[in-house]
Design a protein around this ligand. Structure first.
Ligand code: GZL
Length: 352
């Protein structure tokens, strides 16, 4: 990648999905046509059944048991708020008793939360892992109690499907990074320096979104140059703080790149505080929150790519397929769309 003088470019990625609206997804009927996750691909045979899982577990009726949902990050982020609501809505729709916890972004608390729900009598679990490693004590407690675990969103990269957990549902985060790079090349005319606001460390989402982004710039022979990488922990506060540092170190910043909307919106706050005007800095961001898509309409954000958090329907379908004996696949990859300056107005209702 050649060095190109000129505006420093940092582009924030947010992935927005617009799918057919599903009833009870937490949207009001007049909201946009969007929301439900769509399966784009699966990996592995649909073979995980009660007979095969964890040396054999009881075949239960979802309608008669309590299911536990372990949320990872505090619900300040619309991604988390929407994810939890989607799980609650689907349990409600299916008449399933649900208990939920929130780890407040603390790994030890997520472990305790999961152990606690098992102690409270949860007979199946849906877990949104905080990190890709470190849940072993919780997974062991579930295994010892013969409680099956379905994982969503972040991947437990060293654990095995149909051994440590049933299966996994989520986005292709590498592709999100690749699409982010394409959007940034377009937004910047493929020139300028790039600083990356990384997601939280120890999370496959961060690794993949960064890898996809960098690989795509190389694959496209981009003239963009990555000049800095720093984590904003997927939070708005840290995204703002890191962007303030980036602006003072690189006054000519021409656009901003971080790996989720919350950091992007923190970056916008930093730009405003620095006296920048909408459009002075090209911003492309990941997730698909209403704030970020509104940012396109306000001129602060140049593009938004989705990470659809509405896991309820597919997560409970997986539990149903498990207990019915149909079997659960190792990986279910959902499709994600993109908001642009051309479609943001029409698609805003699909954001979360
Ligand atoms: C992605 C998810 C990420 C979101 C962030 O599936 O793990 O975590 O993109 C959130 O908003 O913090």
């Amino acid at each position: 990648m050649r060095l190109v003088r000129g505006a420093t470019v940092i582009a924030v990625l947010a992935l927005t999905a617009a799918c057919t609206k599903s009833a009870g997804e937490g949207d009001t009927p007049e909201a946009g046509s969007s929301a439900a996750q769509q399966v784009q691909a699966t990996a592995g045979a649909a073979s995980c059944t009660p007979e095969k899982y964890n040396g054999g577990v009881p075949k239960l009726d979802l309608k008669t048991i309590t299911v536990g949902f372990a949320q990872s990050e505090k619900e300040a982020n619309p991604f988390r708020i929407t994810e939890t609501q989607s799980i609650k809505d689907e349990a409600n729709k299916r008449g399933i008793k649900l208990i939920t916890t929130n780890a407040q972004s603390d790994l030890n608390k997520e472990i305790a939360d999961i152990q606690g729900m098992i102690a409270q009598g949860a007979k199946a679990l849906i877990i949104s892992p905080l990190n890709s490693e470190g849940l072993d004590p919780a997974l062991k407690a579930a295994q010892d109690a013969k409680v099956p675990v379905m994982t969503i969103d972040r991947l437990l990269t060293t654990k095995k499907a149909c051994v440590d957990y049933l299966g996994w549902i989520g986005s292709d985060f590498v592709v999100q990074g690749q699409r982010a790079a394409d959007a940034m090349i377009k937004a910047t005319g493929d020139q300028g320096d790039v600083a990356i606001l990384l997601g939280a460390s120890g999370v496959n989402v961060t690794v993949d979104r960064t890898k996809g982004f960098k690989d795509q710039l190389v694959a496209k022979g981009s003239k963009l140059k990555i000049i800095a990488e720093q984590t904003g922990d997927f939070t708005r506060e840290k995204g703002q703080k890191v962007t303030e540092q980036l602006i003072s170190a690189n006054p000519g910043i021409g656009a901003i790149y971080a790996e989720n909307d919350e950091m992007a919106l923190g970056a916008v706050a930093a730009l405003k505080a620095a006296g920048k005007k909408a459009g002075d800095v090209k911003i492309i961001t990941i997730d698909g929150t209403k704030g970020a898509v509104q940012g396109i309409l306000d001129g602060w954000i140049a593009g938004v790519i989705e990470s659809n958090p509405r896991f309820g329907p597919l997560a409970f379908q997986a539990l149903e397929d498990f207990y019915s004996g149909k079997g659960v696949v190792e990986k279910t990859i959902i499709s994600d769309k993109e908001y642009t300056t051309e479609n943001a107005q029409a698609e805003l209702a699909n954001a979360y």
